[in-house]
Design a protein. Structure first.
Length: 50
């Protein structure tokens, strides 16, 4: 018989069915990231302006 050593299997997100992203999610994410970095650059520039 087996030696008692086995592998443990974990379900992944892909095993739970079909996932469909919201239309335009890539554009929305890109816009969010661009705004986030734009505000960080603006904040850092205002710190050095003083």
């Amino acid at each position: 018989e087996g030696s008692g050593i086995g592998r443990r299997m974990f379900a992944s997100d892909e095993d739970r069915g079909c996932w469909v992203a919201e239309p335009g999610i890539d554009r929305k994410a890109s816009d969010f990231i661009a705004k986030y970095y734009a505000t960080r650059v603006t904040d850092s520039q205002s710190q050095f302006a003083s």
